[in-house]
Write a protein that binds this ligand. Structure first.
Ligand SMILES: C[S@@+](CC[C@H](N)C(=O)[O-])C[C@H]1O[C@@H](n2cnc3c(N)ncnc32)[C@H](O)[C@@H]1O
Length: 733
């Protein structure tokens, strides 16, 4: 089964509640003899390592999660786990055996990643683990924690993305690696998370439905530097940007960093997608190889001189791994080399890439060691499908440094299997750049300009070539258009919010037909604006971009009002005047979380008087922690003010997550309703099972994201807006 689809995960547990060999529903071990025979022939490890490898492959994958890095709260949340959950999860024994507490992963920067190897039965019985799981579920919903496989976190780390980089994630859905790339783009100012990076991430996927998973996943990180596109990566069109050396011309945007996490046969994920044991095909990788190579070659073409590209798969098969890398390097006329990353990610146990392998040429598992041998064997046959020559090791395999590729095997550190290679394009030979006297950053130039060949006029054939291989099909996204700074509605709306003149109103766009009333307003950065204005968004099949920062709201009066949106708070905060930010205490926060629209009387001084003295409807509320509080960063949230009451503009999940973290319990209306339901159901087993299902590895990150799309359809996110609008109506009422 190609990687990227959902597979049902089977599980079994032992007395200690951790991994045990799994069986399928007929009780036979979930193993495919052809799999072992094939990989033994490939010599992917020493013969004496096979037992440990198979034992690991047949046991369930531990859960791992990442505290999202660009949020101001990341370190705080990590500390919270250490201080509040770790002590109570340490030293727990279950049926006579000690259960391991969550383990911090040493090779992940800042210790933001944790691994947890736990069975459902322990979760059901242990109050401590249930509480921890509830915390994880809520923080995940709020976007502060991401469930992600450990090995899947490696590629973005090797890319070393900086805030000014132009980055492309060619096969990005469901988006866990894109999320890491966005975090890196925003890492410059992790303390405030308010800066807008000058760089860019284009997250692309050929599957339309999966691009919506991507929008949902990445959307939780609210980046004005993100674009989501829906194209075949192997024919990704050239993106045009204005040329700096010619006022009228356009030039081709080249990327500093590219991730090609390509579709693959996925046998490295056998621990969580157990159906692959049954569906595993010995020849399918030969077919995947061709698409993988085309995607990689396209990525190499779009990379800047000196840029870095990561190629990765979750396949063990050298035909999908080293063979693709070797063929691509050989076709790049010496421009690319494999980077030695042995000093990167200390603590990560890795194995070298292979420079010799064989190729299975039929489904019985017949292998041929060389392409010549294969050609000879089919000389008098007319096979319907030929295996391409690049599946075999090239003659110069030994000189390509394929050993610099990274292979991760499951038994080494209890993970899935994975393959990663970091490629670098040779830097351009150019004169040393002149350092500006005033130290001001120089404007970036596109590659074509560095060549001294800005694009001027393009022939029809050239333009068509840009779009060669794109997915085609109907494209019916609402148009994207930047809002003129003279637009009366936006002028009135921004005035209503009383934003400073520093607010980058020239970077606001709306997704409605020109002339229609503006409902939601999105913010992008400068480079995205340039791209949108220089490219036909339907040709690049743009699905989404930027972050929704403010939305129109009717006050019932004549003024055209806008309200702040939770996702956009960190972006607008630096531009909000002090008088629009109302300070509240921790008990006020509790009252605001516990009720959708507490009356002013339910709030405390001086917050109550501040609210009473105001006349508008949209504000921000700020809660600054005292020494005694567990949270250390001020919390700033959008607030709606009515005549005699007020309420947070925060969706249910974010409300619950915040409550759990600050007050140790869910005091929100949804939380109270849930507690009531739990009390009503005296038999606690059912809710515990519901809770347990979220954490025990039954689902995977993709399955979870998929469920969201199934639930919300292509309009994921709209529900949240409606929910907030309903809250406002309740407040106004
Ligand atoms: C291994 S998954 C990517 C996982 C993703 N990078 C992540 O970390 O969440 C491969 C993805 O490639 C997409 N895909 C398949 N063929 C493609 C193509 N020709 N161009 C772009 N994406 C493609 C699939 O839809 C799938 O989402």
């Amino acid at each position: 089964m190609p990687r990227g689809r959902r597979g049902k995960t089977h599980k079994g547990t032992g007395g200690d509640g951790t991994s045990k060999k799994r069986t399928d529903k007929w009780g036979t071990p979930s193993e495919n003899p052809k799999f072992r025979a094939y990989y033994e022939k490939q010599k992917i490890m020493k013969p004496e390592e096979w037992e440990a490898f198979m034992a690991s492959m047949l046991s369930p994958l531990p859960t791992s999660f990442r505290v999202t890095g660009s949020r101001a709260t990341a370190q705080e949340l990590n500390e919270y786990i250490k201080m509040h959950h770790l002590p109570s999860l340490t030293g727990i024994s279950f049926e006579g055996q000690t259960v391991d507490p969550p383990k911090q992963i040493s090779w992940y920067p800042q210790g933001l990643v944790w691994q947890l190897n736990l069975a459902k039965r322990v979760l059901r019985k242990s109050e401590e683990f249930r509480r921890f799981q509830l915390f994880l579920v809520y923080e995940t919903d709020a976007g502060n924690i991401s469930r992600q496989e450990l090995v899947s976190m490696i590629p973005p780390l090797l890319l070393d993305v900086q805030p000014h980089h132009y980055v492309m994630d060619m096969c990005a859905a469901p988006g866990s690696k894109s999320a890491q790339l966005i975090e890196a783009l925003h890492a410059a100012d992790a303390s405030s998370a308010s800066s807008i990076p000058s760089g860019l991430l284009i997250a692309n996927d050929a599957d339309y439905k999966r691009t919506h998973m991507l929008v949902h996943q990445a959307g939780r990180l609210a980046s004005p530097a993100l674009m989501v596109t829906n194209l075949d990566a192997s024919g990704f069109p050239n993106i045009k940007i204005p040329s700096e050396s010619s006022s009228s011309g356009l030039t081709t945007l080249k990327f500093d960093r590219i991730l090609a996490d390509v579709p693959c046969s996925g046998d490295g994920t056998l621990r969580k997608n157990i159906n692959i044991w049954r569906d595993w095909s010995i020849t399918a990788p030969n077919g995947m190889h061709t698409l993988q190579l085309r995607i990689l070659l396209r990525g190499m073409k779009m990379l800047k001189a000196g840029g870095l590209l990561v190629y990765s798969t979750c396949s063990l098969n050298p035909v999908e791994n080293e063979a693709v890398i070797a063929a691509a390097i050989n076709q790049s006329s010496g421009e690319f080399s494999i980077v030695d990353v042995s000093d990167k990610l200390p603590g990560l146990i890795r194995r070298p890439g292979m420079d010799a392998w064989t190729v299975a040429v039929d489904k019985d598992g017949t292998t041929k060691d060389t392409f010549a041998e294969y050609e000879e064997s089919i000389a008098d046959k007319d096979p319907p499908k030929r295996v391409v020559a690049t599946c075999w090791p090239p003659e110069n395999a030994k000189s390509l440094h394929l050993d610099r590729c990274i292979r991760i095997l499951p038994q080494d550190q209890d993970t899935g299997a994975f393959f990663v290679a970091l490629l670098q394009k040779a830097p351009r030979q150019e004169p040393a750049p002149s350092v500006p006297q005033d130290g001001a950053p120089q404007k970036r130039k596109a590659d074509d300009e560095l060549d001294g060949q800005p694009e001027q006029k393009r022939t029809k054939a050239e333009v068509e070539e840009d779009f060669e291989g794109t997915t085609g099909g109907t494209y019916s996204e609402q148009p994207f258009h930047y809002i003129s700074e003279d637009n009366e509605q936006i002028k009135e709306g921004l005035e209503y919010l009383n934003l400073r003149p520093t607010f980058p109103s020239h970077l606001l766009f709306a997704r409605s037909s020109k002339g229609d009333s503006i409902r939601s307003v999105y913010l992008t950065n400068e480079i995205i604006k340039s791209i949108l204005q220089s490219n036909d968004t339907s040709r690049i099949r743009l699905i989404n971009c930027g972050t929704k920062v403010i939305a129109e709201h009717s006050t019932g009066g004549t003024a055209r009002a806008f309200r702040f949106l939770h996702d956009g708070v960190s972006l607008v905060l630096p531009h909000v005047k002090p008088e629009e930010i109302l300070d509240a205490s921790v008990p006020d926060l509790k009252a605001l979380i516990a009720g959708y629209n507490p009356t002013f009387e339910e709030l405390h001084e001086p917050f109550r008087s501040a609210l009473q003295s105001k006349t508008g409807t949209s504000y921000l509320v700020r809660v600054t922690p005292s020494e005694a509080d567990d949270f250390k960063q001020p919390i700033v949230l959008p607030l709606w003010r009515a005549a005699a009451s007020s309420g947070l503009l925060l969706d249910k999940k974010a409300r619950s997550a915040l409550s759990l973290r600050i007050f140790g319990e869910d005091v929100s209306p949804a939380g109270q309703e849930q507690s009531q339901k739990s009390r009503d159901k005296a038999a606690a087993a059912t809710p515990a099972e519901v809770v347990a299902d979220g954490l025990d590895g039954e689902g995977d990150e993709e399955g979870e994201a998929m469920a969201v799309v199934d639930e919300l359809g292509a309009d994921a996110g709209i529900e949240e807006v409606q929910e907030v609008a309903e809250q406002q109506e309740a407040i106004e009422g």
